[in-house]
Ligand binder design. Structure first.
Ligand code: HEC
Length: 111
């Protein structure tokens, strides 16, 4: 179900998806797709390396499974802004990207 995109194109696709997400903010599926891409590839290092999130097809085992933790958006946002334990702070993400990613993780972890 999940399409594997060669790495050189992933950044471009993520940028395009994010631009769409910004232009059509009320369209929730666009934010869901943008959030998924951020989780899988957009954020560096990718969340998927360390965390399991079944809805995104991620199976990382360094950090806690998002499906078990089911954090709310505020908890994800806090981890992104400040880092926690071995997890780095994601200062390169824009506030809008952090919001999209946090809301996506909160929602997708409950699917
Ligand atoms: C290098 C591995 C690594 C990466 C990459 C990583 N994390 Fe984490 N993450 C961890 C570890 C380890 C913990 C547990 C930290 C602790 O409790 O000491 C954690 C904890 C968390 C928590 C729980 C915070 C809390 O309040 O308990 C959330 C939510 C989270 N990560 C989301 C993300 C997201 C979203 C990304 C991508 C932007 C990400 N992580 C990237 C390793 C990572």
């Amino acid at each position: 179900m999940q399409t594997i995109i060669p790495t050189p194109f992933a950044g471009v696709i993520a940028a395009v998806v994010l631009m769409c997400a910004t232009a059509f903010t009320p369209v929730t599926w666009a934010n869901d797709e943008a959030g998924k891409l951020l989780f899988l590839k957009g954020a560096a290092p990718a969340c998927a390396i360390c965390h399991t999130l079944e809805a995104a097809g991620a199976a990382g085992a360094v950090g806690p499974s998002m499906n078990e933790l089911q954090p709310d958006a505020a908890r994800v946002l806090n981890a992104l802004k400040n880092g926690i334990g071995q997890m780095p702070a994601y200062t390169s993400l824009t506030p809008e990207q952090m919001k999209i990613l946090s809301e996506y993780v909160a929602k997708a972890s409950r699917e």
